[in-house]
Design a protein around this ligand. Structure first.
Ligand code: GDP
Length: 444
């Protein structure tokens, strides 16, 4: 995501070295503007953004400062943050009261999935959610919501679509929530292929009757300007409290994410980063700005690590590393843990300085961490216990045996042993450093 914009920004900002003049800055920001347009940022937004940066950057204070190029990076960062923020993602759920969230969006935007993701996230935070199947438009939506509800252990209220209507389903859903002690109601309303009057009328009726605490629009970030246009239309009819962009894990060019707040005034509250129900993240304008500038996102990386990694297991492995007792079995466990955090490519982008490299790296190596870990497992499981603990014993003939046992080549076994050596060496060096120092060490 954002590859085009990040490349243009890093190129241009990197070229602002040495003699920096007003015309350099104007030329550079002209290139940035083109990259923004190519990434499907709305024209007015791209122009205003670049004009603001130029206006601030050509001031005496910046040009005459000691490191003007650094100041300009700071200005671009701040303008990106202003463009996308501020955001308040809090959703207040009180005891003894039913908080109602109305979710809307076009068909295929990911609305039903996002209802499930949000219910899961808020349940983890202590809420007692209930999902309401008020999408009577798409034939499979009710069934889909029931399946999702089952997966996350959240009740789903539904009625026979032939005998009911969306407003009635929502009203009865709220009653059912009260009876079942649920304090959060998430309404999965109907979508259409395009914004139309019938859809808006139906949503307004629900809005008037239920008076939801928040009305959130789910938008597919891959649809670029269309997403922004539909957000404007929904906002006009419903006064949205926030937008949730889905499919940011895909190769969206990112224009909608940069444009929607400025065009509609509605902030992005959450972003969907995958099809699975745990792939929803609160949206942080500053973190997103850092990613766009290719500066990584250590905060999200650490949060993800804390959430998905088995902390006890990681601590055990770290102790072993420090004591020099890290074995190939531990190596396999670490690799398995790391793949739990998500695709290697998106992880690497969160490490400062790696954003630019990640594309080159995975293009060059065609990295597929899941496949790599499977191969790793096969090789390590073909070793004897003694070999796993003392990899130095693995000579040429043992390598051939391991390779034929795991359906790999001896060369790949050599590669694995080399990786293991590098990793245990690196880990031993890092084990003594604080978390921030580690990232600095990775950055080089
Ligand atoms: P609805 O018609 O708006 O209710 O859309 P669905 O919830 O059925 O989602 C449409 C498709 O988008 C499904 O295949 C979802 O798995 C997929 N989807 C939803 N959110 C995301 C996301 O954040 N990333 C990706 N890659 N796919 C998503």
């Amino acid at each position: 995501m954002f590859e085009g914009i990040t490349n243009a920004l890093t190129d241009v900002l990197g070229s602002f070295r040495g003699q920096l003049t007003e015309s350099n800055i104007r030329d550079g920001m002209g290139k940035v503007r083109n990259a923004l347009l190519e990434a499907d940022v709305a024209y007015d937004v791209a122009k205003a953004f670049c004009d603001r940066v130029v206006e601030e950057a050509v001031g005496e204070k910046v040009l005459k400062s000691l490191r003007p190029e650094q100041q300009i990076v700071g200005i671009v960062f701040q303008e990106l943050v202003n463009l996308m923020g501020p955001v308040d993602h809090s959703i207040e759920v009180r005891r003894g009261e039913t908080t109602v969230l109305m979710m809307c969006g076009l068909q295929g935007s990911g609305k039903t999935t996002t209802c499930g993701k949000l219910a899961r996230m808020l349940k983890e935070q202590g809420a007692k959610p209930m999902l309401v199947a008020a999408d009577l438009q798409r034939p499979a939506a009710i069934e889909q919501l029931k399946v999702i509800g089952e997966q996350i252990g959240v009740p789903v209220y539904s009625e026979d679509p032939a005998k009911s209507n969306p407003v009635q389903v929502c009203v009865n859903g709220r009653k059912a929530a009260g009876q079942q002690g649920c304090n959060l109601l998430i309404l999965d309303t109907a979508g259409r292929l395009h914004v139309d009057d019938a859809l808006m009328k139906e949503l307004q009726e629900i809005d008037n009757k239920l008076m939801p605490h928040q009305c959130l629009l789910v938008c597919d970030a891959m649809t670029g300007q269309d997403a922004v246009k539909s957000a404007a239309a929904f906002n006009e009819a419903l006064e949205l409290d926030g937008v949730i962009f889905t499919k940011l894990d895909g190769d969206t060019r990112g224009g909608a994410v940069l444009s929607v707040k400025e065009v509609t005034g509605v902030p992005i509250k959450f972003v969907g980063m995958g099809e699975q129900l745990d792939k929803l993240e609160p949206f942080h304008a500053d973190r997103m700005a850092q990613r766009i500038l290719g500066q990584g996102d250590v905060a999200t990386l650490l949060e993800t690590a804390q959430k998905v990694l088995d902390q006890d297991e990681m601590a055990r492995q770290q102790e072993k590393m420090l004591a020099g007792k890290f074995t190939l079995d531990d190596f396999l466990k670490s690799m398995e843990q790391i793949t739990k955090m998500g695709p290697m490519k998106s992880l690497m982008k969160m490490i400062p300085g790696m954003g630019q490299l990640s594309q080159a790296i995975d293009e060059a190596q065609g990295m597929d961490p899941d496949k790599d870990v499977k191969r790793l497992r096969a090789m390590i499981q073909s070793m004897t216990l003694d070999e796993r603990q003392n990899p130095d014993k693995i000579d040429r003939s043992r390598k051939s045996r391991i390779a034929s046992g795991s359906g790999t080549e001896p060369q790949q076994v050599t590669e694995l042993l080399k990786q293991f050596k590098t990793m245990s060496g690196m880990m031993q060096k890092m084990a003594g450093l604080s978390m921030m120092d580690r990232f600095k060490a990775v950055r080089g």
